[in-house]
Design a protein around this ligand. Structure first.
Ligand code: 3HC
Length: 319
């Protein structure tokens, strides 16, 4: 038995190394299945909860054009969540279980969405920094070894680039605006920069999942590698926005060919992940209420499906 399993694992790893996609019906180690269910379901939760901070500004957008763009973005995030829940379901977990894991607080979602959006500039900062970080992390996932996840990511990344561009444009406009608008811009970047840096996960040395995820080509880059790419890109873009990143230690390092950056407050990160962030309770309460308020729609849809099924059986008996 032991030999058989190890040869199955060897064949599995050989497929991964040969860049052959793993599909739902293929044999896979339980741990591969489990870590994908964990990551994909939490990714889906992040998309759905991620709608909440921005949804708060749809009715407050400063123009119809901004409102339409924000509505489209929030709607896209809902779609991303549904693609990802569907991808997770191919691994054998059902949707109700995933929802229950989110609503009970058992499942994680990206800590970034537990921060408040206190000004219109926050919507620009979310597009530029949060969606910018998401793109950095999601483009490599288009090459993830698990087929359904990789394919879901292709569509997500196309829409993500629009999200990032609309955010950057909001900030560019503010950067050319009144001194008050420029102050609003700088304040938003000050509040969103460090939580965005945390989106890539803990340092590689403290990441229990990265080594295996790299071996199985779920991840193509480590948390720190992607974070570094993010810093290098944002530092240059910040110059165009005429905004200062709130990290006095950012400095070009000729030897490394990258920007050095300051210490991230991992105590804050783990506090927010554990549920003690500024908006954790509000976010989960809103999700639970949406689930309860939507019960009648689920019941009606199930009753209609059962009625249709019963009619189909009756008609097949008559025919
Ligand atoms: N927020 C909350 N929890 C986090 C986190 C974050 N930013 N970063 C890491 N964690 C958790 C991990 O889930 C893990 O806990 P678990 O084992 O209980 O799941 C623990 O911290 C240790 O982290 P690891 O680095 O070992 O975990 P991973 O290998 O899973 O790496 C990750 C973390 C980089 C977020 C990876 O899961 C990933 O790439 N996920 C897919 C992308 C994703 O979920 N992005 C979230 C944002 S989605 C978004 O921004 C949508 C956009 O449209 C706005």
């Amino acid at each position: 038995m032991e030999n058989n399993y190890s040869s199955l694992e060897e064949k599995f790893q050989a497929k991964i190394d040969a860049e052959i996609k793993i599909e739902p019906k293929d044999w896979m180690p339980d741990k591969y299945r489990k870590t994908l269910i964990r990551q994909i379901s939490q990714h889906a939760h992040s998309e759905i909860v991620g709608m909440l901070p921005e949804g708060n500004w749809v009715s407050r957008a400063p123009s119809l054009r901004r409102k339409v763009a924000l509505l489209a973005k929030v709607q896209d995030e809902a779609g991303h969540g549904l693609y990802l829940y569907s991808a997770a379901e191919t691994l054998g977990i059902d949707r109700d279980t995933m929802y229950e894991q989110l609503h009970s607080g058992k499942a994680k979602y990206s800590s970034i969405f537990n921060y408040p959006t206190t000004s219109w500039a926050d919507i620009g900062a979310i597009g530029w920094l949060v969606d910018g970080a998401a793109i950095m992390n999601q483009v490599p996932l288009c090459r993830c070894s698990y087929g359904p996840y990789a394919r879901a990511m292709v569509r997500v990344c196309k829409e993500e680039s629009f999200h990032q561009r609309q955010g950057f444009e909001i900030l560019l406009n503010l950067s050319k605006g009144t001194p008050e608008q420029q102050r609003m811009l700088q304040d938003a970047v000050n509040r969103w920069w460090w939580p965005s840096m945390m989106m890539f996960g803990p340092p590689d040395a403290d990441s229990p999942n990265t080594a295996l995820s790299m071996k199985w080509r779920i991840k193509r880059f480590t948390n720190d590698e992607l974070r570094q790419k993010f810093v290098d890109v944002c530092y240059e873009q910040a110059k165009t926005l005429n905004v200062t990143l709130p990290d006095p230690d950012i400095k070009w390092n000729e030897d490394r060919g990258h920007y050095d950056y300051g210490e991230i407050d991992w105590t804050e990160f783990w506090q927010v992940v554990k549920g003690n962030g500024p908006c954790n309770k509000q976010r989960l309460d809103t999700r639970r209420k949406a689930w309860e308020d939507g019960a009648w729609v689920r019941e009606a849809a199930l009753a209609y499906a059962e009625k249709k099924q019963t009619r189909k059986i009756q008609q097949s008996k008559v025919a």
